[in-house]
Write a protein that binds this ligand. Structure first.
Ligand code: FAD
Length: 550
């Protein structure tokens, strides 16, 4: 049997392990943490059978195919862990100066419901000129051929592409919500290709009655998904080594000769899958590997940002909407989910302290803007200050005609343990800097980053990569991308060893009606001609300027 060592037991590593084990490979997973699941894992707060905390809540939009297919193949009770996905119904957009807006996320059943569903994206308070402009830009994106998207649209930010600087404040805010509440997709730094594509996928998901628009888990991630997954893989013969960090590769003759574990021991196998996060991967790239596969050397050009979560344990269950809450004016870009209403697979009464009746899970995506209590950005606060500041920002948003969050509701909180207090380290100019460091940052899609994303099969004869920074169809730091990368890594190994079946890879679906336009643009692009939408835009800009002068 071909022996495969997988380094890293997050979604990418576990996916590769599953695809390979199901095809008869002999797989061993080495994981630095004592639990599997990587960024997606949940962690017991103290007692393993008690309350769990997470890096942040997980959501599964309609366009996710790979990760859901994997879940459907993991047995759980009489069904599969995919049965633990539950549909959301509405997103609340809470503001400090406007009435709340609620956007339905259930599948629309009539034309009127479709239009209602789209309203938060093109809300009525946006100037009609802005809405028309955005629709034109989306049409441009959807009818651009693949090469134009990869080569032209990956080199311009979404912010620039939608000319946000010259649009209304509402337009800027609305587009920031639409993307930042997802996975750290910042409109100013993310490419028009990635953000635009994902934005469109989310809209298509809202309009497709055959699939749930958005789902979340019915319990903490490890209980609802990761633990049954590890158990299933063990049944398939996969060997797991938790709390076993790998120090690096031994390289010989242009390929990997073995693993060196942190305890000094050595491991040899036929194939190696690197499934560690983007900020750790460069430590594994030796000069010899970089010579054989230059794409490995470009991984350290990929950028990360901070996106971390906190759970507030509450004396009463505060349901809010049955879905996400987006806090429109929160300086730390907050989103949340009130979890108990979804946790049908988890008995909070049995698991938590008696006084805990509700869990509000919150993610902060902006760690650089000063907050409202201490006037400091999140990264310059202590853990305690971060918790207080986030609580206050939530309260300010949820204080409306009826007060929904009050201090007496708060029993306890759990902040992502990856945030570690620096205790006053030296800044770049030697000054003392208080705050936290983040030991688990998240890859972000920046302009031009596509060319620095390696393929899973990177060109080293016995090495593949399976993590969320690999070049995939969704091209987004997410569980879906990590899963697709794991499949691609497994497929490369299957091909090398003559295994017949390969794991399925899905393309992102776009309406077939657009195909003729893309074909036409393929020809224009080959001839060096601009997209037809670009011509309209330049004409509009010129006429706009002329009429402005008049
Ligand atoms: C707050 C937050 C919320 C998110 N929400 C969503 C969401 O709703 N939907 C979504 O799709 N995505 C979400 N994501 C993104 C998603 O969690 C990640 O993109 C995905 O889990 C990455 O999986 P991975 O396997 O590539 O990497 P990781 O999860 O980083 O796993 C890598 C593993 O490698 C291990 N490792 C590191 N170094 C070593 C070493 N030397 N030896 C052995 N093992 C090592 C790590 O411990 C880790 O377990 C979110 C991320 C964050 C931070």
């Amino acid at each position: 049997m071909t022996e495969v060592s997988v380094v890293g037991g997050g979604i990418g590593g576990l996916t590769a392990a599953q695809e390979l084990a199901e095809r008869g490979f002999d797989v061993t997973v080495y994981e630095a943490n004592d639990r599997f699941g990587g960024k997606a894992r949940s962690m017991p707060i103290d007692d393993p059978d008690g309350l769990h905390g997470e890096h942040g809540f997980r959501f599964f939009p309609a366009f996710y195919r790979h990760v859901v297919d994997t879940m459907e193949r993991i047995p759980d009770g009489t069904g599969s862990v995919a049965d633990n996905l539950v549909e959301t119904e509405a997103t609340l957009i809470a503001s400090t100066h406007r009435p709340d807006q609620v956007a339905e996320t259930g599948n629309p059943e009539s034309l009127r419901e479709w239009l209602e569903a789209l309203r938060p994206a093109f809300a009525e308070d946006l100037p009609s000129e802005d809405v028309r402009f955005l629709l034109e830009r989306l049409a441009y994106l959807l009818t651009a051929c693949e090469k134009r998207r990869e080569e032209e649209l990956d080199d311009v930010s979404w912010w620039e592409f939608i000319d946000a600087e010259n649009r209304s404040q509402e337009f800027q805010d609305r587009l920031a919500f639409a993307t930042q509440s997802l996975v750290a997709l910042r409109p100013e730094v993310g490419s028009a290709r990635t953000i635009g594509t994902i934005y469109m996928q989310l809209l298509f998901g809202q309009l497709d009655p055959s699939r749930p628009t958005e789902r979340i888990l019915n319990g903490p991630t490890n209980e609802a998904w990761i633990d049954p997954w590890v158990a299933y893989l063990e049944d398939l013969g996969v060997e797991f080594h938790p709390a076993t960090p790998v120090r690096g590769f031994e390289v010989d003759g242009g390929q990997v000769a073995g693993l060196e574990l942190v305890d000094g021991s050595r491991v040899r196998s036929d194939e190696y899958v690197l499934a560690v996060p983007v900020e750790v991967a460069p430590e594994f790239v030796t000069p010899e590997l970089a010579r054989v596969a230059p794409e490995l050397d470009r991984i350290d050009r990929l950028e990360t940002a901070w996106m971390n979560g906190i759970q507030f344990y509450l004396r009463e269950d505060v349901e809010l909407t049955r879905g996400h809450q987006v806090y429109a004016d929160a300086p730390w870009a907050l989103t949340s989910i009130s979890q108990r209403q979804f946790w049908t697979g988890y008995d909070l009464d049995e698991r938590g302290p008696d006084e805990v009746e509700g869990v509000l899970s919150v993610i902060a995506s902006d760690w650089d803007t000063p907050g409202i209590v201490y006037g400091k950005p999140a990264r310059r606060c202590s853990r305690e200050e971060i918790a207080t500041e986030i609580w206050e920002q939530l309260k300010r948003h949820l204080d409306g005609p009826e007060t929904r969050l009050t201090d007496d509701l708060l029993v306890d909180w759990f902040l992502d343990p990856a945030l570690v207090e620096t205790g006053g380290v030296s800044g770049t100019r030697g000054e003392a800097v208080e705050g936290v460091e983040n030991r688990s940052p998240l890859l972000i899609n920046t302009v031009g980053a596509l060319r620095n994303r390696p393929p899973a099969d990177v060109g080293v004869p016995n090495l593949t990569i399976a993590s969320d920074y690999v070049r995939t169809n969704s091209d987004l730091a997410s569980m879906e991308s990590a899963n697709e990368a794991g499949r691609r890594a497994a497929n490369a190994i299957c091909r090398r060893h003559g295994a017949r079946e390969t794991a399925r890879i899905w393309e992102l679906e776009e309406p077939a009606v657009l195909e003729p336009f893309k074909r036409q643009d393929r020809i224009r692009y080959r001839l060096g001609l601009p997209h037809p939408g670009e011509v309209t835009q330049s004409l509009r800009r010129v006429t706009g300027r002329l009429s402005g002068r008049a």
